[in-house]
Design a protein around this ligand. Structure first.
Ligand SMILES: NC(=O)c1ccc[n+]([C@@H]2O[C@H](COP(=O)([O-])OP(=O)(O)OC[C@H]3O[C@@H](n4cnc5c(N)ncnc54)[C@H](O)[C@@H]3O)[C@@H](O)[C@H]2O)c1
Length: 465
């Protein structure tokens, strides 16, 4: 049905564009005016339902939490939370009993009481239904993020879910509707906004160092071929490979998009309006599978849908652009780009950290000057916890800052650093980029998940008491 709607709307655009071309007769023949397609309409907010911009909830003195999904990422979370005060892990859940046992052992080794163990496929429902839990932390494979988040909020819990929070636009709306109906926090655990360089550049941007931000770039370029094809020690049930097999587009947009969205105050004064996206064909996975398993192997013969490199460009209401890339199947150095370009200066994280400022922006500042600026602009929320974050670790410390901030805000009744609209906006790129990339890069409208509230506050704030 969706494919039919897209085809009809493309046809309609072409017909309309025939009648609305440029005045220049030469151009008339060649240029077709393409308007962004509204494939996904914005549902009306129910009467009486309120937005959750800057949502605050009752402070929670000791945060009682459950962690669901204890694989590579979840076990790390259990460990990190043992370093945070005023947290009680009351339930641990995974369908692999050994993962639950290993997580329990972390608690025991650190001198904490064991949590309740759950190992059934639908035990996450039982956890959501409990009345002695404040926060549910989801670290499962992607398909369960939205179902658990929605059920948890419906049962009165705050929800923190690993990235991406949702896989489709329909799931994005489920998160938004449920968060608004229940007035519960729904935070996507986008740790990259807290990486030391990224959060420092946010502070620099907010202090005006780069002037008006005009353009930004983010990416997730990470050679994951070996892990995707790892049958025993990799992802549970090879879930990540299955996604690459069935879908094109940007399947993991939030690490690149999150930090630059906050720099650009998305839904805090600006909003993402439309997107175009293109993918290369798929080469890398087949080549890798042939090399690793042989030409006649099942893996080599599979029809992987995911083009190696996907590039999307987003235009905002205020006329700025964001370029976003995704490639997990090419032999390349790791990169999230994190490039910010403004009217007064420029900063990039990859392939090397560099700052360039007017009037000498033709060259990067020296490393010494760059480092002294980075030191000067350390974000206020990082100052007190920088050392501890580096000691506890988790991607160099950003994971700990994320956990710390979540608990700090819940304990103090403050708005969280990310909200459900961030979760929906950043995750929505998955389905939008897929549709655009598989339809010759058509321009698609990005739904306004705030339904008009995107201009209510004017900048991103990470609150402190
Ligand atoms: N933010 C980051 O930097 C970062 C890094 C790695 C992974 N992640 C995200 O974390 C999530 C988990 O990734 P991972 O690498 O740990 O994958 P994984 O496959 O190692 O872990 C997934 C876990 O979910 C469990 N599970 C499956 N079905 C379940 C069910 N019905 N109930 C409870 N548990 C169930 C599996 O047994 C497995 O232990 C993914 O969403 C991934 O994108 C984020």
């Amino acid at each position: 049905m969706r494919a039919v709607i897209i085809k009809l709307s493309v046809l309609l655009t072409l017909v309309l564009s025939f009648y609305s071309c440029s005045d220049n007769p030469k151009e008339k023949k060649n240029i077709l005016v393409n308007q962004a397609q509204e494939v996904f309409t914005v549902p009306k907010r129910a009467a009486g339902q309120k937005d959750v911009i800057e949502l605050t909830c009752e402070p929670i003195d000791t945060v009682r939490m459950a962690i669901i999904g204890l694989g590579m990422r979840g076990i790390g979370a259990v460990n990190r939370y043992t370093f945070i005060e005023n947290v009680k892990i009351v339930a641990l859940c995974d369908v692999v009993p050994e993962n639950v046992e290993k997580s329990q052992q972390i608690l025991i080794d650190k001198g904490f009481p064991k949590a309740d163990s759950y190992t059934g496929e639908e035990d996450w429902k039982k956890i959501c239904e409990r009345t002695d839990i404040d926060l549910i932390y989801v670290c499962t494979h992607w398909d369960l993020h939205t179902p658990i988040a929605v059920y948890a909020m419906e049962h009165g819990k705050h929800i923190a879910t690993e990235v991406p929070a949702a896989l489709t636009i329909a799931e994005c709306w489920q998160l938004v509707e449920t968060a608004e109906k229940t007035q519960k926090h729904c935070i996507q655990l986008e740790n990259c906004i807290y990486d030391f360089f990224e959060i420092t550049t946010l502070n620099m941007a907010q202090q005006g160092l780069f002037g008006e931000i005009v353009h930004a770039e983010g990416a997730y370029i990470h050679d994951l071929r070996w892990l995707n094809f790892e049958e025993n020690r990799g992802y549970w049930n090879m879930w990540r490979l299955k996604h690459l097999e069935k879908t094109d587009g940007n399947t993991y947009p939030t690490h690149g998009l999150g930090p630059v969205s906050h720099v650009m105050n998305i839904h805090r004064g600006d909003k993402m309006n439309y997107l175009v996206s293109m993918s290369t064909n798929q080469f890398g996975m087949s080549a890798y599978a042939k090399k690793k398993f042989g030409d006649s192997s099942d893996y080599a013969k599979r029809n992987y849908q995911k083009g190696d490199m996907n590039t999307s460009i987003i235009k905002t209401e205020k006329g700025k652009t964001i370029m976003l890339q995704h490639d997990v199947t090419s032999p390349r150095p790791y990169s999230r780009l994190h490039t910010i370009s403004g009217t007064k200066g420029f900063v990039q994280k990859y392939p090397r950290e560099g700052i360039a400022l007017d009037p000498n922006a033709h060259h990067f500042l020296s490393d010494e000057k760059r480092d002294s600026i980075l030191k000067l602009y350390v974000h206020p929320i990082v100052k007190d916890i920088e050392e501890k974050a580096k000691e506890v670790g988790g991607h160099g410390g950003m994971d700990f800052i994320m956990d710390y901030r979540l608990i700090y805000c819940l304990r103090n009744g403050l708005p969280l650093d990310q909200d459900v609209y961030d979760a929906a906006e950043w995750s929505s790129i998955i389905e939008l980029s897929k549709i655009s990339a598989t339809n010759q890069g058509i321009s698609l409208k990005i739904p306004d998940f705030t339904r008009g509230a995107w201009d209510k506050v004017k900048k991103v704030t990470y609150y402190q008491k």
